[in-house]
Ligand binder design. Structure first.
Ligand code: ZN
Length: 175
């Protein structure tokens, strides 16, 4: 039995990307993110967050700080009737050359193995080419880039679709 999943980047897709976000009071959710996730759930998708968090290795915040804001975010989703299946994060520096930091596919592969995810039936929604690259390397072809956090070079992108924000994903993901 496999499951289908919507993989979400965090900063810029779920919440506004303020740069190394780690304080609850500075977290602003993207408009419509809860409605979008309720819609994904209604289509039978599980939701998994995959996020680069090099701020931990840079010493900007601790693993504990990350867990505190993560638990708070999960509870915000819960109070909107959304279950986040799992959250994967890479705490390493870009120079660490680890297998988990996007554009490497490690976090996706870990999730795939743990939950028996059908990658062909799954989607990635990100805000950077790194997200698309990592998803493609993990076998996910259905990808969306959102414009909600920074300018995209859409002509050079490997993403399948472009949207202003996650709120519009219901225009693309229809089954
Ligand atoms: Zn890593």
């Amino acid at each position: 039995m496999t499951i289908k999943t919507i993989f979400l980047d965090r900063d810029g897709v779920i919440n506004q990307d303020t740069g190394y976000l780690h304080k609850i009071e500075e977290c602003n959710f993207i408009n419509g993110v809860f409605e979008a996730c309720q819609y994904f759930d209604s289509l039978g998708y599980k939701i998994i967050i995959v996020t680069n968090q090099s701020g931990i290795s840079r010493g900007y915040f601790s693993e504990t700080d990350f867990q505190i804001i993560t638990n708070w975010m999960i509870n915000q989703f819960k109070s909107n009737n959304i279950n986040i299946l799992d959250i994967y994060h890479c705490p390493h520096l870009p120079t660490a050359n680890c297998y988990c930091r996007k554009p490497k596919p490690g976090m996706f592969i870990s999730a795939k193995d743990k939950y028996n995810i059908d990658m062909e039936e799954s989607w990635m929604i990100g805000d950077s080419e790194r997200d698309i690259r990592a998803a493609n390397l993990a076998g996910i072809k259905k990808t969306i880039l959102v414009r909600s956090s920074h300018k995209l070079n859409e002509s050079k992108s490997n993403a399948m679709f472009f949207l202003d924000s996650i709120f519009q994903a219901s225009q693309i993901i229809i089954k």
